[in-house]
Design a binder for this molecule. Structure first.
Ligand code: OSB
Ligand code: MG
Length: 340
């Protein structure tokens, strides 16, 4: 199959910088893809790399798009190399995305929320409306002032970045946060690979006292896989791998080396949806699907996969819209119609 191909790089500023153990992140950059088939039907895709997580860089993704010219075939798409995992995701999902509607404008293609089942793919829409969302809190003290608003919006699972302020201060804020949260809330802690052995043990000892902790995410650097296995066996709080399983080949390796606790999958950077689907259908793994701060285009494709492949009642880490200011659909229409 042959498609006409267009793409637009984009930049979106976070409302406030996202603080993680790696430092601050101010601007989300990516690429929107548009395919048109011979009947005029449109498919949308998105490439949203995170190089500090192990995906390709934005310039390498842009170069890949440029050398394609203005036409693309299914064969080309299925032969994108695994060193361009975000491109694999963006191009493959454009094949499945949006070929239900002619190009009446972006607004017609994207229902406002996943709950509004207004398109013919309503089976998936219905599935998606049943998924619970986890909401990303701001790091540090700010979490104490934010969680209530988010609770009122209906969120029951929250994620908080740790290793952002000195550990003793952070544990004090954590104690306040966990005591403020209703007992029915769940809290995920994400260390973004920044702890050392003793800090990881310290956090896990603190966590033993609180039943609301769902898991500790990526406590140690990727190289310290055996130490994370050890931690997973030592404490009652589950450990989730994230940076360690950023791409599909890493995911396979960790599974083969015996990881049976939680795997965080970010569809936007993990690689080919087709190969991911295969892996998840062959292995009964405990998966948390998670956002890469993509736009509604990448998010819809990622949530389709999450709805299809997650089965253990884990909230998806896509409660991140409040990190941006603008109305997404207006923003996308502008990007497409007035590119700079
Ligand atoms: O997973 C979530 O709940 C939110 C998304 C998130 O935390 C994230 C988003 C972009 C890059 C890295 C991460 C991360 O999990 O470390
Ligand atoms: Mg993480």
């Amino acid at each position: 199959m042959l498609y006409q191909f267009e793409f637009r790089p984009y930049r979106r500023q976070f409302k406030r910088a996202l603080s993680t153990s790696h430092g601050n992140w101010d601007i989300r950059e990516g690429i929107i893809l548009r395919f048109t088939d011979d009947k005029g039907a449109i498919g949308w895709g998105e490439i949203a790399p995170i190089p500090w997580f192990g995906s390709e860089t934005l310039p390498s993704a842009i170069n890949f798009c440029r050398q394609l010219g203005d036409e693309i075939t299914t064969e080309t798409i299925f032969s994108i190399p695994s060193k361009l995992p975000s491109c694999q995701f963006g191009f493959e999902s454009a094949l499945n995305f949006g070929f239900w509607i002619l190009d009446f404008g972006l607004k017609a293609d994207f229902p406002n929320s996943v709950e509004s089942a207004t398109n013919p793919q309503s089976k998936i829409q219905n599935l998606k409306s049943k998924i619970a969302y986890s909401c990303l809190l701001p790091a540090g003290e700010a979490a104490l002032h934010q969680w209530q608003t988010l609770w009122q919006q209906g969120y029951r699972t929250f994620k908080w970045k740790i290793n952002v302020v000195p550990i003793q201060d952070e544990i004090k804020i954590f104690a306040k946060l966990i005591q403020a949260l209703p007992t029915s809330a769940k809290l995920r802690l994400d260390a973004n690979a920044g702890l050392n052995w003793s800090a990881a043990n310290e956090w896990l000892k603190v966590c033993e006292n609180y039943s609301q902790i769902e898991f500790l995410e990526q406590p140690l650097p990727v190289e310290q896989f055996d130490a994370m296995l050890d931690l997973a066996n030592r404490y009652s709080t589950p450990i989730a791998l994230d940076e360690s399983v950023a791409t599909l080949s890493q995911l396979q390796t960790c599974y083969e080396k015996g990881w049976r606790s939680i795997f965080v999958i970010k569809p936007g950077i993990v690689g080919s949806p087709r190969l991911l689907r295969q892996f998840c259908q062959q292995h009964d793994i405990d998966v948390v699907f998670s956002s890469v701060f993509e736009t509604v285009i990448g998010r819809q494709a990622a949530l389709n996969l999450a709805a299809e492949l997650s089965h253990r009642d884990r909230a998806v880490g896509f409660g991140v819209n409040h990190w941006f200011n603008e109305d997404e659909e207006t923003w996308l229409e502008n990007l497409w119609n007035n590119p700079h």
